[in-house]
Design a protein around this ligand. Structure first.
Ligand SMILES: C[S@@+](CC[C@H](N)C(=O)[O-])C[C@H]1O[C@@H](n2cnc3c(N)ncnc32)[C@H](O)[C@@H]1O
Length: 246
């Protein structure tokens, strides 16, 4: 990442912060072909406590154990759940305001770090969490492979990765299909999206966000020291996965 986020770039954090303070927040996504979507019309979903989560998310949390690293922890719903289970949980996020919101909600061990900046300095982890479609933070296939190999080094022998993945192909929107085709022509994976988050006058930097099918995921994971051991369908465009060491 090219330097820490400025306040002007902390669009997601501002939306969380407003929600925490009883003001309406929302999350708008802008794609680089000009397509605009509402990712969250209400930030409440990022604050829900465990019993309010969808069944597939509650189900995948059975794999949470040991020392937990929540990457892109946001307002901390998974981190707080792990803490409530008596687990030692560390949260990282690039958004200063997300971390502030998470801290105010009870998150104890938080660092402003990007997914690519995590190294052995945080110690060894038994569970790595990438929920809220955060598999997307890998950005592209090569970066995902590089980072998965790196994750291998600072995780225990029995470690697992719990990730939520968005499948780009579960759509009938012609503009998404056209975007996929344009990506393929440029040698990118169809679901390698170039996005930024907008809120009020705040906007993040442009970043790559990776949507993959299960077959693409298996291809990416192969040779990284991890293997897919479980897939839990959401009944919607995303699915949850558990990866373990080979
Ligand atoms: C969609 S939210 C998910 C929040 C949380 N995991 C959940 O499930 O409620 C994505 C989070 O990832 C953070 N994020 C974005 N890019 C990141 C990066 N490169 N490294 C770490 N966190 C990042 C955002 O600031 C945001 O808090």
């Amino acid at each position: 990442m090219a330097g820490p986020l400025t306040d002007q770039e902390d669009a997601f954090g501002h939306a969380l912060y407003d929600h925490l303070h009883g003001r309406r927040g929302h999350e708008i996504i802008e794609r680089n072909d000009g397509y605009i979507d509402i990712a969250a019309s209400d930030m409440g979903r990022y604050f829900r406590s465990f019993p309010e989560w969808p069944a597939h998310e509650r189900h995948v949390m059975r794999h949470l154990r040991g020392r937990v690293l929540d990457i892109g922890c946001g307002a901390g719903r998974v981190l707080l759940h792990a803490q409530a289970q008596g687990l030692e949980a560390v949260g990282v996020d690039i958004s200063p305001l997300a971390l502030e919101v998470c801290r105010r909600r009870g998150g104890t061990t938080l660092y402003q770090l990007g997914i690519a900046d995590i190294d052995g300095k945080l110690g060894t982890f038994d569970t790595v969490v990438l929920m809220g479609n955060n598999f997307g933070l890998f950005g592209n296939a090569r970066r995902a492979q590089r980072l998965l190999r790196r994750f291998h080094r600072w995780t225990s022998a029995e470690a697992r990765i719990i990730a939520q993945v968005a499948d780009p192909y579960r759509t009938d929107e012609p503009l998404h299909h056209a975007y996929h085709e344009a990506n393929r022509e440029r040698g990118r994976l169809a679901g390698q999206l170039r996005l930024r988050v907008r809120y009020k006058r705040y906007r993040t930097r442009w970043f790559d966000y990776l949507f993959v099918s299960q077959a693409e995921l298996e291809q990416i994971v192969s040779g990284t020291g991890w293997r897919l051991v479980e897939v839990i369908e959401s009944g919607g465009p995303s699915y949850d996965v558990v990866l373990e060491k080979v």
